[in-house]
Design a protein around this ligand. Structure first.
Ligand SMILES: NC(=O)c1ccc[n+]([C@@H]2O[C@H](COP(=O)([O-])OP(=O)(O)OC[C@H]3O[C@@H](n4cnc5c(N)ncnc54)[C@H](O)[C@@H]3O)[C@@H](O)[C@H]2O)c1
Ligand SMILES: CC(C)[C@H](C(=O)O)[C@@H](O)C(=O)O
Ligand SMILES: [Mg+2]
Length: 363
């Protein structure tokens, strides 16, 4: 298979974790005889520095010409006092909107070897396998806004079609999993949430095999920590999904392992870790690349329908954790943490080794 991937490293640790993921994709291409063309573009703070624009037209054009986008992270203190139209984060919001990537999938799985890295009790996290489906192109992030010296406005709007498409998407995903859908809102206060809840109730009839519950976002935040294994698919609006997904990283022990896929309903997608640019550790070569490597696995699975290759990456990552290799964010006390490069090499070695094993099994 021959495919074109746009790579947008971004800021902070973005370039470090993206380099790791590209190396893993190259290893997969070599082993499975695929050709992946990587075309690099600018986004975020580095794009502001080079082009005075957090999402230059060249970057959009690259994305248009490619089959998928792999992104690192944007943002950092250097640009924190910029005017709102020159913020790195705006590049991310604009690329999501431009490509209509309304469905952001954020899986959270606690694999046994990670359990010791979680501050939560092993009993609580051991069976967690949930998927947050976050609406990504509406809500507060894209509402009418205004700012004067003494007043600021951010508005939260959702239309029926915007809610319908993400809710449908979540029901379909729940069907492929354990068939339980938790819709998270703040319907005791917000009108957008009441509309959201009404639509989930209407849609329920089309998916009679899926069990549905409604849950208020504040108590969901609590239950996500006290009883995370009770969730299968969680569907929610943009801002709630942003907050709950960072919270869910506590289950796995680090933000550095949560991947994501942002989809628009066909095979095209943008893949990025849930975490940000972690400026305080940038340039040190110690960032955890697992989230971006696992995002690359999602890319292979969803955009290229290469399920076996995606599985090979996931298995390799799990095997590296299983053997007790961790970067600093996850390494248990008293153990030596691996650098980003060394940890990535372990993953590539696992991919190579498993491939040799499978090849020899076939004779
Ligand atoms: N998708 C994105 O590009 C994205 C997402 C979130 C935040 N941001 C931006 O990132 C900047 C920093 O934000 P923040 O500090 O609130 O969030 P962050 O996710 O960058 O970092 C939160 C904490 O997690 C740690 N961390 C994150 N990823 C890690 C990794 N791969 N390995 C090891 N440790 C990791 C950081 O060191 C920090 O302690 C801000 O400018 C913010 O706007 C960007
Ligand atoms: C950087 C920011 C705009 C972004 C968001 O809020 O969507 C980030 O936190 C994320 O989770 O991808
Ligand atoms: Mg976030």
């Amino acid at each position: 298979m021959e495919k074109k991937i746009t790579v947008l490293p971004g800021d902070g640790i973005g370039p470090e974790v993206v380099t790791a993921a590209v190396e893993v994709l190259q290893a997969i291409a070599k082993k499975y005889n695929h050709i992946f063309h990587f075309a690099y573009g600018a986004i975020g703070g580095t794009a502001i520095d080079q082009f005075s624009d957090p999402l230059p037209q060249q970057t959009i054009d690259l994305g248009e010409e490619s089959d998928a986008i792999l992104l690192g992270a944007v943002g950092g203190p250097k640009w924190d006092n910029n005017p709102s139209e020159l913020r790195p984060e705006l590049g991310l919001l604009r690329i999501r909107k431009h490509f209509d990537l309304f469905s952001n999938l954020r899986p959270v799985q606690a694999i046994p070897s990670m359990l010791k890295s979680s501050p939560l009790k092993e009993d609580i996290v051991k069976n967690v396998d949930l998927l947050i489906v976050r609406e990504l192109t509406g809500g507060l992030y894209f509402g009418e806004r205004h700012r004067t010296h003494d007043e600021a406005l951010d508005s939260l709007t959702y239309t029926r079609p915007e809610i319908e498409r993400i809710v449908d998407n979540a029901f379909k995903l729940a069907r492929l999993r354990r068939k339980k859908l938790t819709s998270v809102d703040k319907a005791n206060v917000l009108d957008t949430s009441r509309l959201w809840r009404e639509i989930v109730e209407e849609k329920k009839a089309s998916y009679p095999d899926v069990e549905v519950e409604h849950s208020l976002v504040d108590s969901t935040a609590m239950k996500l920590i006290t009883d995370p294994s009770s969730y299968d698919v969680i569907v929610t609006e943009n801002m709630f999904g942003d907050i709950l997904s960072d919270e869910a990283s506590v289950i796995t022990g680090s933000l550095g392992v949560l991947p994501s896929a942002s989809m628009r309903g066909d095979h095209f997608g943008l893949y990025e870790p849930v975490h940000g640019s972690a400026p305080e550790i940038a340039g040190k070569g110690i960032a955890n690349p697992a989230a971006t490597i696992l995002s690359a696995a999602m890319l292979l699975n969803y955009s290229f329908e290469l399920a076996e290759e995606a599985k090979a990456i996931e298995k390799a990552v799990a095997a590296v954790f299983e053997k007790g290799y961790f970067t600093g964010d996850m390494a248990p006390k008293g153990t030596t943490a691996l650098s980003t490069n060394d940890w990535t090499e372990k993953v590539i070695a696992e991919i190579d080794a498993s491939f040799v094993r499978e090849e020899s099994n076939s004779y």
